[in-house]
Write a protein that binds this ligand. Structure first.
Ligand code: SAH
Ligand code: SF4
Ligand code: F3S
Length: 442
């Protein structure tokens, strides 16, 4: 039996691709090991959205190679797609490169590796675009990530994703429906629909079912399946976000109370330079739709600080935006120039110290806002999907709420992993809520 180890960087798209790669390898008779030292094959599933995760991959390859000459190293994911053959020149010791668009060719590549040449695959014209795996082949038993669309046609000027994931394409609603039904039958508690911009599902092409199926109707179709208590989706792009999405969330209690809607900046000038396709006022209108829903819906977002040309005044507008919106969670990134993107060529790059300083100011303010906002949970009883023991204590468990907030709680039961539990919230921490469990629901 050959053993493989797989390390995943980047977003949930990569998490899904790692699951698929693992499924393909198991079909070939490989076995997963958690210990890279035991593996005959190491797959690195890479991310290139910023410079740091990309650099991490190169150092990991060198580190693995210095430990063993014999182990096979395969690089997959976004760095693989972006650089292809050039990756072999950048860092020696790689046996094969498998782009995001060529994942299905993994079995073929392993067969051809016998011939001893480094192999590169980044294109797959004649293969099904969405590789499928069965519930039994999944890594997690309670939460399932389901891809509904891939790629991106938005070309924000800072972003590498359109180059690493290719043109936007939507998966057949019938295939998605079949997969979600199978997950319901297998007892999954949560299905998380994935796409770079889920809101533009079905916009770029005609689909089966005889007509165009837009995102809100796909949501309705899947929410009707029943048997799965939680349905989530990311990422929502503000440009294609419509009031209808809020209405669907209101209609179906199994749709989670959470929307991830990244603004990126609060300055109209910067938003235009980013090619985001909306203004600050338009973004705020979407927040209003969400906040006036019949059910409370949490909003989270992403912000980039230090985009080329960002002045203190622009930054102040971002600060004012986060004050006004009061996000329930916010990821803040320093702008990182990506090769080949328009923003990387702009001359007025912001010095790193300024980016760091803006990042820290924003994080500090967001911490205060979040602590205040999350107070509303104290004393409430909320449902938590238990993911495992908490990192800090053996007697504490950890999971997520419907609005995607982490909750740690006390529970003396032997094993409640994968259960939906009612938890009374007693305290707010900077990154999580804390409480005590009352009863197991399912
Ligand atoms: N499709 C999503 C974002 C996918 S990338 C959207 O449009 O919102 C995830 C996040 O990484 C982005 O929201 C952005 O905040 C950040 N990001 C992307 N490119 C970046 C870059 N060059 N530098 C810093 N952060 C970046
Ligand atoms: Fe990148 Fe913009 Fe596409 Fe999001 S919408 S993946 S930020 S190009
Ligand atoms: Fe990274 Fe690729 Fe995702 S660049 S964020 S792994 S789409």
């Amino acid at each position: 039996m050959k053993r493989f180890f797989i390390e995943t960087f980047g977003c949930q798209m990569n998490v899904v691709d790692s699951e698929k790669a693992a499924a393909l390898l198991r079909r070939l008779g490989y076995e997963l090991t958690e210990d890279p030292q035991q593996a005959e094959l190491i797959l690195l599933n890479t991310c290139s959205v910023r410079e740091k995760p990309e650099e991490k991959v190169y150092s990991r390859i060198r580190q693995i190679r210095s430990r063993s000459r014999r182990v096979l190293i395969g690089v997959m994911g976004c760095v693989a797609q972006l650089y292809g053959r050039r990756l072999l020149e950048r860092v020696p010791g790689v046996d094969f490169v498998l782009g995001t668009q060529a994942l299905g060719q993994l079995p073929e590549i392993l067969e051809r590796l016998q011939q001893g040449q480094p192999l590169v695959h980044t294109r797959t014209p004649n293969r099904p675009e969405f590789l499928e795996i069965s519930p039994a082949e999944r890594r997690l038993r309670h939460v399932a990530y389901v891809t509904i669309m891939e790629g991106c046609d938005k070309f924000c000027t800072f972003c590498i994703v359109p180059f690493t994931r290719g043109r936007e394409r939507s998966r057949s609603p019938l295939r998605i429906l079949a997969e979600v039904r199978a997950l319901a039958e297998a007892g999954y508690q949560e299905v998380h629909l994935l796409g770079q911009n889920v809101n533009s599902y079905g916009l770029s092409e005609r689909l089966e079912l005889g007509q165009r199926l837009r995102f809100p109707n796909l949501l309705r179709l899947l929410a009707e399946v029943g048997g799965i208590p939680r349905l989530k989706f990311t990422t929502s792009h503000p440009r294609d976000f419509t009031p209808e999405i809020v209405r669907v969330i209101e209609e179906y209690p199994n749709l989670c109370n959470w929307v991830h809607l990244p603004p990126q900046s609060g300055s109209d000038r910067i938003l235009a330079l980013m090619n985001r396709g909306y203004t600050r006022a338009e973004y705020l209108r979407r927040i209003e739709w969400i906040r006036s829903a019949k059910r409370e819906i949490a909003v989270t977002g992403d912000i980039i600080v230090g985009f080329p040309g960002e002045t203190e005044r622009d930054f102040q507008q971002t600060m004012a935006l986060i004050e006004e919106v009061e996000f329930d969670g916010l990821y803040i990134f320093k702008y990182s120039p990506r090769p080949g993107t328009p923003a990387a060529r702009l001359s007025d790059q912001v010095p790193d110290e300024v980016k760091t300083e803006r990042l820290m100011r924003l994080e500090q303010r967001q911490r205060e806002i979040q602590l205040k906002r999350w107070q509303r949970y104290v004393g409430r009883v909320i449902e938590v999907l238990v993911e495992g023991k908490s990192a800090k204590s053996e007697s504490h468990w950890s999971g997520h709420t419907s609005d995607n907030i982490v909750v740690n709680f006390e529970d003396s039961r032997e094993n409640i992993e994968g259960a939906l539990v009612k938890v009374e919230i007693t305290r707010v921490n900077p990154h999580s809520l804390f409480g005590r469990s009352l009863e197991v629901l399912r």
